[in-house]
Design a protein around this ligand. Structure first.
Ligand SMILES: Cc1cc2nc3c(=O)[nH]c(=O)nc-3n(C[C@H](O)[C@H](O)[C@H](O)COP(=O)(O)OP(=O)(O)OC[C@H]3O[C@@H](n4cnc5c(N)ncnc54)[C@H](O)[C@@H]3O)c2cc1C
Length: 447
């Protein structure tokens, strides 16, 4: 149990047990921070050098805030912690028998491992959606959506054929959870309050925003009156909400639906679901729904008690229901695992995880949000103010909080969205970067 790292760099105080945490998201970061004073070495690995506040991704997609306001370099957050090291490294494989993880930056030995790999977009096996739709999971995804929406307006402004123009101005958001609802609401405000001024030659009646949900309701998990309120608010913002509408495919121009007429659209934003990182499929470990790793109530792997799994990567049922894939769950589990590792090191008995549900909230644009806290549930301006304060508070660092607050106040009073940038340099509108990896349909106006 020497916890040595085989990539070269010697870690200070090599005799202390090594806790390797893979994933600097909500769960991993919390665990690393709370192990700050524990008698262990903390080695945090992530494939990107920043922590991302995903709940505000949709604001980047709709030109409200800049990437730097919700993404923070991990070294900047925890760099001063004495027992801490960060490595930019993509996990490739587990070697649980030898207590080692293999990464793009070499292999790391551990005494304790925390798997906090989060989730990835779930396209539910629909290959055409994976190729042509825009995801909402990482910074690049959100910037891609912003580019696509703004390019669509530029192209529509130059388009003389009405059918093509309508196609360019039809935006389909798939998934009626909080992310889909927030995106559809914010997109409508971007278009109707801001872009309308930028493109005076375009007719707003040609713009369509559709929110498609496969089940019979949006915002599952919220009380009925709040779901109905959310639908009404979206409709007031000219968002067409269609439940029981399952997407079967999308070729970059036509959305194929299970039981309805196809929709002509160049833009599909896929917010229909996530699943645990697909790397876990190759781990040989027991998986629950959405590919998450089944853990005991102490958040350990049954066969490997030195391995903990937290956040979106972990599958734990409480009262017969799996814990949701939410930041609040991940953060509580990160804190909990730090405490359990401390106990292990001190030979104390471990505790079982209990989730304290802080409630749920979603905003539907200016002055409108829905909130459930325990038995209390309400909507409207007060709910929206609570949403604003909570999101500002949860952001990392004073600078981000200050900048986001100033941005929001400015946009609120001036009806503005300052980050209406097509990057890089708008070239993509003409060249078209096409399918998610190769083709040429995503940005071009021609078929
Ligand atoms: C658009 C959006 C909006 C959301 N809104 C809310 C909300 O309002 N409220 C809420 O509670 N939850 C929300 N969520 C869910 C919430 O973001 C997740 O539940 C939470 O991030 C899970 O935390 P985690 O630590 O498990 O994973 P994450 O925070 O996703 O972190 C995983 C980390 O692992 C890293 N990683 C992945 N694979 C590898 C690899 N192979 N090698 C190295 N590193 C790797 C990633 O780079 C990432 O840093 C939202 C999610 C999205 C996508």
């Amino acid at each position: 149990m020497d916890g040595k790292m085989t990539t070269g760099t010697e870690i200070q105080n090599n005799k202390l047990p090594a806790v390797v945490i893979v994933g600097a998201g909500f769960g991993g970061l919390k665990a690393a921070r709370l192990l700050g004073k524990a008698p262990v070495r903390v080695i945090l690995l992530d494939k990107r050098n920043y922590h991302l506040f995903q709940p505000l991704l949709y604001q980047i997609a709709t030109a409200g805030i800049s990437p730097g306001e919700i993404a923070h370099p991990v070294r900047g957050i925890l760099g001063r912690q004495k027992n801490f090291q960060f490595h930019l490294a993509e996990l490739q494989q587990f070697d649980l028998d030898h207590r080692r993880v293999i990464t793009s930056a070499g292999s790391f030995d551990y005494d304790y491992l925390v798997i906090a790999l989060g989730a990835e977009t779930n396209h539910f096996g629909i290959e055409s959606v994976r190729r042509y739709a825009l995801d909402m999971k990482d910074l690049d995804d959100a910037i891609d959506i912003r580019n696509k929406v703004l390019c669509s307006f530029e192209l529509a402004d130059q388009e003389s054929d009405p059918a093509r123009r309508r196609e360019l101005l039809t935006f389909v958001v798939v998934g009626g959870g909080p992310t889909g609802v927030e995106t559809a609401g914010a997109l409508s405000e971007l278009i109707r309050l801001v872009l309308v001024k930028d493109y005076p030659a375009l007719d707003l009646n040609e713009v369509r925003i559709l929110l498609l949900e496969a089940s019979d309701q949006i915002l599952a998990g919220f009380p009925t009156h709040l779901r109905e309120k959310a639908v009404k608010t979206l409709e007031r913002k000219y968002v067409e909400v269609r439940c029981k509408t399952a997407v079967q495919g999308f070729d970059g121009r036509t959305v194929i639906l299970e039981n309805a007429e196809p929709i002509q659209s160049r833009t599909m934003i896929w917010a229909a679901g996530v699943r645990a990182a697909s790397l876990l499929d190759r781990s040989g470990l027991q998986q629950g729904r959405q590919g998450r790793l089944v853990v005991s109530p102490t958040l350990q792997l049954e066969q490997h008690p030195e391995v903990f799994v937290i956040g979106d990567a972990a599958y734990l049922e409480v009262d017969g229901q799996p814990l949701q894939m939410m930041a609040t769950v991940a953060m509580q589990q990160g804190a909990f695992v730090a405490e359990n590792i401390r106990r292990l090191v001190q030979n104390k008995p471990l505790q079982n995880f209990r989730y304290k549900d802080p409630g749920a909230l979603a905003t539907i644009g200016r002055n409108q949000a829905v909130i459930r806290i325990g038995r209390l549930s309400f909507s409207g301006f007060i709910a929206w103010l609570i949403w604003v304060v909570l999101h500002i508070y949860r952001l990392i660092g004073f600078r981000s909080r200050f900048l986001v607050l100033i941005n929001w106040i400015w946009d609120y009073f001036m009806y503005e969205r300052g980050i209406r940038l097509i990057t890089p340099y708008g070239k993509r509108c003409q060249e078209g970067s096409g399918e998610n990896q190769q083709g040429d349909l995503r940005y071009s106006s021609q078929s």
